[in-house]
Design a protein around this ligand. Structure first.
Ligand SMILES: [Zn+2]
Length: 160
């Protein structure tokens, strides 16, 4: 289970003024966890990793943005495949699975009605963060059907 928010430890407003805008700009959810235990540099904790100091926190933000782009890319690729399958009425079973954005595993992530999107690769610990959870295959299919319906309706509404 991945952590929902980054935990930030700072000593004063000046440190917060350097760190908060970085996290806000990247839409990273975070909570202030109070002062550092010893009079030390500010740090951030996320999923059992600790990032000490401003430079390490900047690296964390860059890493976060990179992973978000990678996640959006594999989900977009999956959606294009699902759309092709829907339009051509032809699909293989693996068309319904998503590539792993972290290790690059092909079709590693499958949807199970009782468990949601699950990584089937035991060597990789990637799970979708809540704010980037893809729709279920059924939800996306409903979206495609809705698009088809909209086109049929607009054909009449926009006619002479
Ligand atoms: Zn993976």
């Amino acid at each position: 289970m991945s952590q929902k928010e980054a935990w930030v430890y700072t000593n004063d407003l000046e440190e917060q003024g350097m760190i908060y805008p970085l996290l806000q700009e990247a839409n990273i959810p975070f909570v202030e966890f109070g002062p550092t235990s010893e009079e030390g540099t500010p740090y951030l904790e996320y999923n059992h990793f600790r990032f000490d100091g401003i430079d390490a926190i900047k690296d964390f933000v860059e890493q976060w943005k990179k992973e978000e782009r990678a996640i959006k890319k594999v989900v977009r690729e999956w959606m294009e495949r699902m759309r092709r399958a829907y339009e051509t009425r032809q699909s293989g079973s693996s068309d319904y699975d998503i590539d792993c954005p972290v290790c690059g595993g092909c079709r590693d992530i499958s949807y199970y009605p009782d468990k949601g999107w699950q990584n089937t690769n035991r060597d990789c610990s990637f799970t979708f963060p809540g704010h980037l959870m893809p729709p279920t295959p059924d939800e996306f299919r409903a979206y495609l059907e809705h698009e088809g319906l909209q086109q049929r309706i607009e054909m009449f509404l926009n006619s002479e």
